[in-house]
Design a protein around this ligand. Structure first.
Ligand code: SF4
Length: 397
């Protein structure tokens, strides 16, 4: 396939624009190639409990039926691995597992997947005496043995703590983390990997991927805006970042992260495919930069790790309750679990992250308290009122 995938027209003008895919290596994920020699693939993740095999297989099928090229499953325990082995028997989908702190799980999951994602920021928490480079070598050895692809998945909400402290700008810290881990893999002679650099801010996603495209020639890029939230805003944020990157030829695979009920998870694939099709047809529906005009709700797409099934409903209730505050310049984060909840709520004006029987509420990064699922929405409203009347106030646009 040629590097040039299509000709497009911008905004109805007569000027034609040639989209030239940035030249990247071919990374093999089972029988799929990620890279400029292939189509831009779309991915999603199961939101079901992995140990609920029936529900997870059903979710995989739903995503596959809508054209998902790769489907991610969360694995955190031995019992999750046992469930994965059973799921593997029931599906032919290309599966990817993301490792959190437990990097050694790589060996157990490898026979059942085509790809493993690891987060450099999560390799520092456990086994602190083992050098990170050694942990990466362990993962690479497993990937080699089982002919798997890897994704270095850098996330602004869970950066390597030392880098986050050293670098003032999270973009610099994230790029430095990527540079280090690309170095580890390349030193080991391992090239079957892709890189993702994700943030909940579409502008950060644009800026960092433009820089990564220059800094890391040939490395395929996986695009994603984390915690983009519910529709329609989740699609709008993803479109802003992806349209602006795809038109520059940047991006080899993508995931649109949306907070959706399980039965509607396929919309992540639908929206992703629609964005690609629109860009290549010259239809641009978003804007050059994301401008926060008023209320900004970020919420995670949920996954097997979600602490309470009420999470999606909670996110929807927060959106409904806050509709009267839509003109306030305020960021509210709603997160499903303790894995990314504490970090991703740090930068929000008000942040909620779910525990099994309560919701943690934070104001400007500080814990206000823990509230039941019944109390939390009213308490959040109270906090918005307090912030509105405080000296810091909430600037109306
Ligand atoms: S915050 Fe937790 S529940 Fe939400 S997507 Fe991330 S890992 Fe899954």
């Amino acid at each position: 396939m040629a590097e040039t995938e299509g000709l497009t027209r911008i905004g109805g003008s007569s000027q034609t624009l040639k989209i030239v895919r940035r030249k990247t290596r071919s990374v093999r994920v089972g029988d799929l190639i990620i890279g400029s020699e292939s189509h831009i693939s779309t991915q999603s993740m199961c939101a079901t409990k992995t140990q609920d095999i029936e529900a997870t297989v059903r979710q995989i099928k739903l995503l596959q039926d809508h054209g998902a090229d790769i489907i991610r499953v969360a694995i955190d325990s031995k019992r999750d691995v046992e469930a994965l082995a059973e799921i593997r028997k029931q599906t032919s989908a290309r599966l990817v597992v993301d490792l959190q702190e437990s990097y050694k799980l790589a060996k157990s999951v490898a026979p059942y997947v085509q790809k493993i994602r690891y987060n450099p920021g999560h390799l520092y928490h456990h086994e602190k005496t083992v050098p990170v480079q050694e942990k990466v070598k362990y993962i690479v050895d497993v990937a080699r043995e089982h002919d798997l692809a890897l994704r270095i998945g850098v996330n602004f909400g869970s950066l390597d703590p030392a880098l986050a402290e050293r670098e003032e700008d999270p973009v610099d810290a994230a790029l430095q983390s990527a540079r280090e881990h690309i170095g580890y893999l390349e030193d080991l002679g391992f090239t079957n990997y892709v890189l993702s650099l994700k943030s909940s801010d579409p502008n950060d996603v644009m800026d960092i991927n433009v820089r990564a495209a220059e800094l890391f020639p040939l490395v395929p890029l996986h695009l994603g805006v984390t915690e983009a939230g519910m529709l329609p805003m989740g699609e709008i944020k993803s479109r802003i970042a992806f349209e602006n990157l795809l038109v520059k030829g940047i991006g080899d695979t993508m995931r649109v992260s949306l907070t959706l009920p399980h039965a509607e998870k396929y919309k992540e694939i639908e929206v992703g495919k629609a964005i690609i099709a629109d860009v290549y047809a010259g239809r641009f529906r978003s804007v050059p930069r994301f401008e926060q005009q008023g209320l900004n709700i970020i919420s995670c797409p949920s996954c097997s790790r979600v602490e309470n099934e009420a999470f999606v409903e909670l996110a929807q209730k927060v959106r409904e309750m806050t509709s009267e505050f839509s003109d306030r310049k305020l960021t509210i984060a709603v997160m499903g679990c303790r894995v990314n909840g504490p970090g991703e709520t740090d930068d929000a004006d008000l942040g909620l992250w779910c525990a099994p029987s309560h919701v943690n509420l934070k104001r400007k990064g500080e814990l206000v308290g823990q509230f039941s699922y019944e109390e939390i929405v009213a308490r959040l409203k109270h906090e918005i009122d307090l912030l509105s009347s405080s000296k810091e106030g909430i600037r109306a646009p």
